[in-house]
Design a protein around this ligand. Structure first.
Ligand SMILES: NC(=O)c1ccc[n+]([C@@H]2O[C@H](COP(=O)([O-])OP(=O)(O)OC[C@H]3O[C@@H](n4cnc5c(N)ncnc54)[C@H](O)[C@@H]3O)[C@@H](O)[C@H]2O)c1
Ligand SMILES: O=C(O)C(=O)C[C@@H](O)[C@H](O)[C@H](O)COP(=O)(O)O
Length: 545
């Protein structure tokens, strides 16, 4: 029978790709992964396939990918963690050189860590892992010719064990292929300096960062409150359970999703929960979720006992690149967006990129607006990276995801490091937000923030152009790039009087003076004060539908 020399099965995080690539190099052959084949065929990440079409559809795609690889691939093949759940896929594996890579519970929890993309492990990872393996172990064993335990072994040792067990002939090592090791790459650490009397802190970007949490919480805390949105109930509970396992008195407080969390009623509910738990000044709040959640978590932390420490674990693009960094916390009121709040920086920010895999595409794209904002105001390389492949930039699987996120965080970190309280420079981060927030209020906070900011940036670009500051090419570039990732460019023409009224309570306004951030050129933001009402109207005409 022709086909792969080795087929690797086993749970998520066991190291199938690390071992598979290493093994392929040792055998002088190539490595293939059916998850990657499925993603390539569907044109979207696995989490989105599950979300849009359901698990049955995913398993059917996976079965086809396995069948194709078993006949068309002669090297090392690895299958997704759940492939063996499908009976027809198991039948395809009969008489194949299948190796089951196993690991024990503690190792699994350590390696897999926090991943909203791995919802099966979200609630109490240890217990869930045990249940998951109880359900799957016999299926792995049913298809496997041999079992190789990975727990105590390096990838090299695991590869050697497979070579020995299957008596595989070692070939010419493929040039340039080296083991990446089983351990995850260390996270990128971006420093935010202390400013206006606040402490410095770090923003970590990477994978499996939950292990950093206890150190950030510190040993002075007795109680920890984990604030999470309804959509991340499992993840919030998993974090709470992990903290409880480590001896903290940990409570979870579930908030509504999105902007519905940013109300005084929700803040009051949190204060009540903290009061009833006996939360003191040494205790710590953890906000895990999108920007709406971290805005509320930070605000509750700023207001409880006039300020307790808090840690942000952003799980959206927008949260990572913007909301969780910089210490602007707050809630909305009927009169306007973020009108009540405080500057209260977190003690640390953990951006676990795995969380983005479960983010619906429209929320992912909303975050692109703030990334593009960072590109226009400070780092044009961001724009180049997106323009090179806008479609890929819309997904966490894109080749530049981590770089786009890190570059945007660096822009924000640099600004807030020197002007926490927005006494000058920080206003540039508000590019596109004057009209954006007015639209959000007009839509009763039902719109996604990034969508409103997108229109706001096109408006600001037109304002800059009409004020004789911005060149045509840069102004036009706003439309092209925002549209290319799927963000809106226009809003209802008849709404101008209401929007103008809404903009008067923008935090950059001074008395009756409206102030806007515009560009003098790419990467050169500036303040435009009190523009002529006719110019404002003309700029709005350019974004009117
Ligand atoms: N403080 C700041 O400096 C700052 C900066 C920018 C934006 N913001 C604020 O951030 C908010 C927007 O944040 P956002 O875009 O993150 O939206 P969001 O917080 O409303 O989240 C969007 C939706 O995704 C869900 N969600 C979050 N993470 C998920 C995940 N990993 N998988 C699946 N679903 C997930 C949420 O529950 C919500 O329903 C606005 O209120 C905006 O004003 C604040
Ligand atoms: O951090 C800042 O400063 C910003 O302006 C970032 C904005 O992207 C963000 O939406 C912020 O919440 C807006 O603040 P606001 O003061 O205009 O409410």
């Amino acid at each position: 029978m022709t086909g792969p020399l080795v087929v690797l099965v086993g749970p998520m995080g066991v190291g199938k790709s690390t071992v598979g690539e290493l093994l392929a190099a040792r055998l002088g052959t190539t490595y293939r992964d059916t998850d990657a084949d499925v993603v390539a065929e569907a044109g979207k990440p696995i989490a989105e396939i599950f979300y849009d079409e359901g698990e049955d559809h995913f398993r059917a795609l996976e079965r086809r990918a396995v069948a194709a690889a078993l006949t068309g691939h002669a090297g090392v093949l690895s299958l997704g963690g759940g492939a063996v759940l499908d009976g027809a896929t198991r039948e395809l594996l009969a008489d194949r050189p299948v190796v089951y890579l196993s690991m024990d519970v503690e190792e699994a929890v350590r390696r897999v860590g926090l991943g909203a993309a791995r919802p099966l492990l979200a609630v109490n990872p240890r217990r869930q892992w045990r249940e998951l393996m109880d359900a799957r172990r016999h299926l792995y064993e049913e298809v496997a010719r041999t079992v190789v335990a990975t727990d105590e072994n390096t990838p090299e040792e695991v590869a050697q064990a497979i070579i020995d067990a299957l008596e595989l002939p070692e070939g010419q090592a493929a040039p340039g292929v080296e083991s990446t090791g089983m351990t995850q790459q260390s996270p990128t650490r971006i420093q935010v300096a202390g400013s206006a009397g606040s402490d410095p802190y770090e923003v970590l970007v990477g994978h499996q960062l939950l292990g950093e949490l206890p150190q950030l919480i510190g040993d002075r805390a007795k109680r920890v409150a984990v604030l999470h949105p309804e959509a991340l109930a499992d993840t919030g509970e998993a974090v709470r359970q992990d903290l409880a396992d480590q001896g903290y008195e940990a409570i979870a407080i579930q908030l509504p999703n999105a902007e519905e969390a940013k109300t005084v009623e929700v803040a009051a509910y949190c204060w009540k929960a903290l009061g009833q738990t006996g939360f003191t000044r040494t205790d710590v709040i953890v906000g895990i979720g999108g920007g709406a959640t971290t805005d509320v978590a930070g605000f509750v932390a700023a207001s409880w006992l006039r300020g307790v420490r808090w840690i942000a674990i952003p799980t959206t693009v927008l949260g990572m690149v913007d909301a969780a960094v910089g210490g602007k916390t707050g809630i909305n009121t009927a009169e306007g967006k973020n009108l009540v709040g405080a500057f209260h920086p977190p003690a640390g920010v953990l951006c676990d990129l795995a969380a983005l895999e479960s983010l619906p595409v429209h929320d992912y794209v909303s975050g692109m607006a703030e990334i593009i904002k960072a590109g226009f105001i400070a780092d044009p390389v961001i724009l180049d990276l997106i323009e090179a492949d806008p479609e890929a930039a819309r997904t966490p699987a894109g080749p530049h995801t981590a770089e786009l996120i890190e570059r945007s965080i660096r822009v924000k970190a640099e600004v807030v490091s020197s002007d926490l309280k927005e006494s000058g420079l920080r206003e540039i981060l508000n590019y596109g937000h004057t009209l954006g927030h007015a639209i959000e209020k007009n839509e009763r906070y039902k719109w996604r923030h990034g969508a409103a900011v997108s229109i706001g940036m096109v408006f600001a670009a037109e304002l800059g152009r009409l004020a004789g500051r911005l060149d045509d090419a840069t102004a036009d570039r706003h439309r092209t790039i925002l549209e290319s990732v799927g963000l809106p460019l226009t809003y209802r023409g008849d709404q101008w009087p209401k929007l103008l009224e809404n903009m008067k309570v923008d935090k950059k306004s001074r008395g009756d003076l409206l102030r806007f951030i515009v560009l003098d050129a790419l990467g050169k933001p500036t303040v435009l004060e009190g523009p002529d009402p006719a110019v404002l109207l003309a700029a709005y005409g350019e974004v009117s539908a």
